[in-house]
Design a binder for this molecule. Structure first.
Ligand SMILES: *Cc1c(COP(=O)(O)O)cnc(C)c1O
Ligand code: SF4
Length: 358
């Protein structure tokens, strides 16, 4: 039986910030992330107090989300990500991923809180299983950025293990089922755990003999590149199980500067790095945007894995692109790029044995 190491138990809060003896660089960056709509707009030279800018915002269809929406899913944007936005452009593809809009509170037919059947897939607190051989851990509720199209924006994180000793039943469950060969750390974002806690949870999983692979689904290398450190990569390299990283970038403009350095450092460390993206109306639903995204990825050594059709979660309808248009884009992409650069266009359909190819 695998168990949670002592270091893990010493601290009972998993936020990764509150209890860290000395916050590391990325934790300080998180503390100073932008957390208000007005501040976000001002930081990209779109001060809504300016009459000219107000006209621009109205023209771009930008009306700020209501206070209730913001309370339930607040603004969160690290400086580093913000610095990659084009000042003065209300249509900037990075800004649009994080800017809360009034339309999020519209009720749209077919868009529901749990669009992907996460709650039915809950096997033990903190553990979801939908597919043979692999389980997904809700490692933390925290993210470094709040993506407005997020499919888990309404997930009941409060019911999942928070204190580290609460993970024991999940570990026991995984240890007792030898059909599970892969554990996927998700959330939230598992890299929001500090190194000590992430390592403790990884090691506890790594001790389970039938676990062959440990996969991390994370957006931090994209939005907060300083999270990728030699210590983190050394920890992953030291695991018995094969580590695999799946990052999440949607637009080529995300792949610049120190984000490229961080991804390259991951790739050079030997861990396989894949990318998943979501097809987002007005952000990347055109051939040039997808081509640039995929080309930049492969030039860093990151393999495009999935392009997801949007999950129909309440508040995200304005991001939905047409599925047939998505199919066409993938066909056109295949005519422009090497075969390995073309992601699989998939949708998550509750009850299916895998993500469904479109
Ligand atoms: C998407 C998902 C996975 C991963 O699926 P792969 O096709 O292996 O990438 C695993 N578990 C759950 C619950 C998922 O939603
Ligand atoms: S990083 Fe992932 S889990 Fe977090 S808000 Fe964005 S899409 Fe959702």
């Amino acid at each position: 039986m695998s168990s949670v190491p002592d270091a893990f138990l010493a601290n009972s809060d998993v936020s990764g910030i509150a209890n860290a003896a000395k916050p590391s660089g990325w934790q300080r960056e998180m503390a100073s992330a932008v957390r208000a709509v007005d501040e976000l707009l001002k930081r990209v030279d779109l001060n809504p107090d300016d009459a000219e800018v107000r006209r621009l915002l109205i023209f771009a269809g930008i009306k700020a989300a209501d206070p209730d929406t913001l309370r339930r899913f607040p603004v969160l944007v690290p400086e580093n990500f913000l610095a990659r936005m084009t000042p003065g452009d209300p249509d900037d593809p990075l800004l649009r991923q994080v800017l809360p809009l009034a339309v999020e509170s519209d009720l749209v037919d077919g868009f529901v809180a749990d669009a992907v059947g996460d709650l039915d897939a809950r096997r033990t607190p903190g553990v979801l299983q939908k597919y043979a051989g692999r389980v997904l851990l809700i490692a933390t509720s925290a993210c470094a950025v709040h993506c407005r199209y997020c499919f888990r924006r309404d997930y009941p994180y409060a019911e999942e293990p928070r204190r580290l000793q609460d993970w024991q039943p999940a570990l026991d469950e995984i240890a007792s089922d030898s059909s599970i060969s892969e554990v996927i750390f998700s959330g939230g974002d598992p890299l929001m755990l500090n190194d000590a806690r992430l390592q403790a949870l990884c090691l506890a999983i790594d001790q389970i003999p039938h676990i062959e692979r440990i996969r991390l689904h994370t957006r931090l290398p994209i939005v907060l590149p300083s999270r990728v450190t030699p210590e983190l990569l050394a920890m992953l390299a030291g695991l018995r199980a094969q580590p695999i990283m799946v990052v999440h970038a949607n637009h080529g403009n995300e792949l610049v500067g120190d984000c490229v350095d961080a991804l390259r450092m991951m790739v050079r460390s030997g861990v396989p790095v894949l990318n998943q993206a979501v097809l987002l109306a007005g952000i990347n639903d055109n051939l040039d945007a997808l081509e640039t995204l995929c080309r930049r990825l492969i030039n860093i050594g990151v393999m495009p894995y999935y392009l997801h059709q949007l999950d129909r979660v309440s508040g995200t309808a304005h991001f939905e692109a047409d599925r047939d248009q998505g199919r066409l884009l993938i066909q056109q992409l295949a005519a422009r790029l090497p075969g390995y650069a073309v992601p699989r266009f998939v949708q998550e359909i509750p009850g299916e044995p895998n993500k469904t190819a479109l």
